[in-house]
Structure formats: structure tokens, C-alpha cells
Design a protein around this ligand. Sequence first.
Ligand SMILES: NCc1[nH]cc(CCC(=O)O)c1CC(=O)O
Length: 309
Amino acid sequence: MQTKALKIGTRASPLALAQAHETRDRLMAAHGLSEDAFEIVPLTTTGDQILDKPLSEVGGKGLFTKELEDALFDGRIDIAVHSSKDMATVLPDGLEATVFLPREDVRDTFIGKLAPSIAELPHGATVGSSSLRRQSLIRRMRPDLNVIIFRGNVQTRLRKLDEGIAAGTLLAYAGLRRLGLTHIITDLMPLDMFPPAPGQGAIGIEFRSADRSIREMLSAIHDAPTGHALTCERAYLRALDGSCRTPIAGHAVVDGDRLFFKGIILSLDGQEAHEVEREGKVSDAEAIGRAAGEDVRGRAGPKFFEAWG
Ligand SMILES: NCc1[nH]cc(CCC(=O)O)c1CC(=O)O
């Protein structure tokens, strides 16, 4: 006898749906269940509706998660599948996101029309990106380029490239991989020059803390190294206030019981940068991230953050 289907909440974008399907497939495999043990519930979020402004202006990451969290609280869904990168650093009481699928390649990619790489773009060429981190990193590499805001899902951005609105754009490898679109990549950005956003490449699963059976079911698909890396990166972001208004990169790598973290915060023009490196035991992931965030925050000084208002 089939009990009630597990309701998997997700945003309705093609990338979000791909992530929900990956989560369902892993749960099916781990527990020997069939497709009808699950129901995928796509929800439209405010963040998906406002496409003409940078995220930092319309209210930040919470926009993509609020509707899903409301649905978790009122039982319309049992779990919510997120791109960890888009998750707020502090979750509402009663919910947690402590389950992570094995992380995809964390790098950014360049999709170029006029040239295959940023270095080869003609002087003054236009590059589209909605991410403050990517905008700063581009300007740091190539101050001559014209960086414009580019929002919308992957398909929308690709259409804008075809329309000639920009000569290129940057997207996470992870998203393109999940959409089966890696063939459009013209360059992979090196980690040292183009460090990723905290959480990039990792799928995180949010659920009601009190729901023991769901916690147990999810534990079978949790990837511990990804969990440690994300604990560190999210603590770093929290220590920096998790502000969407500051260009922030941060990346933790786990090797056995050791964790290595590198972070950088930048000015929007890319001309000022503060870097931090920390390492320690995976069991100290949270403390390492917090210390890194406080360290870099202190070294940048209050004036650095004032600029963002
Ligand atoms: N903010 C949108 C978003 N959230 C997560 C990803 C990619 C997938 C991931 O990082 O796991 C993307 C698109 C992009 O940055 O290219």
C-alpha cells in the first residue's frame, strides 16, 4: 500500500525543476521507491516575477524562498529544494536546511558571442550579469568592459545574447550542467581569478525541524563533505551579514577531515579587494567560516561597507 506522496516544493524555473527531479531520483534510489511516492510541487516566487531589477534592489535572497517556506509551514509541501546559493543565511524558526546533495563543479563559466573568453573581448565590450560578485570580478580583470544588469533564468539570458544585448555573460557551471547546456560554455573561469559565491553548485534541502521521519528519509541522500563546506561558507556569509549588496565570494574545500576556506570581498568597481584564507578540522567548519568573515570584515573596515548603504 502506497502511503501519502512526499511533496517536493520547488521554484518553477527549468533549473529549479531539474534540481527537484535530481532530489526525487536520489530519494527513489536510496529508498527503493517509485515515482508515485513523490509529487513535485512548483511554486512561483516573488523573485521569479521581478526580472528587471538587480536582486540587491528588490529585497535579496529571501524573495526566492519565502513562498516555499510558507508552503512548508502550512503543509502544502514536505521539503523544499533550493540552490544553496539563493538561500538566506538565517532561516525561520522551525525550519532547517541541513541536507545537501553532492556538490557540482563550483566554477563560473563564460558564454561569449564576440569572443570565447573575457580576456579576448574587444575593448569596451558589454558583458551582462546580475551578480554583484561577477560584476566586480569582471571589472577587476577588465576595467574597460561595460557591465550591464542581466536577470532572468538561463534561457532568458541566452536569448538576450542572441539579440546582441551583450557580448557575453557568466553563468554557474552547475546550473548549465543540470540543464544539459554545457555545450554553450566558451570558457571556464579559474577559481583563483573568479572565486564562486558561497553555496554555488550545491543543492540544499529545507524541511520542518520537527519532522523526524522526513529528516531520517533525507539523511540517506545527504553528502557530508558538501554539508561541511556549506556550513563553513554560510557562517562566513552570516558574519558578513549575508548582504546581497556587497560583492562576496567564498569557497570551502573538504579533504578528509580537513577543511580549507578562501574568501574575498570586493568593491563594485573591482579595484578594492580583501582576501582571507583559513583552514582547520571539518568539525570546526562553522567556526572557521565565522572567523574568516569577521576577519575580512574587520580588515575592510566600516568605510568599505558604508558605500553600499
Ligand atoms: N541566482 C541564480 C542561480 N542560483 C543557482 C544557480 C546555478 C546553480 C548553482 O549554483 O547551484 C543560478 C544561476 C547562475 O548563477 O548561473
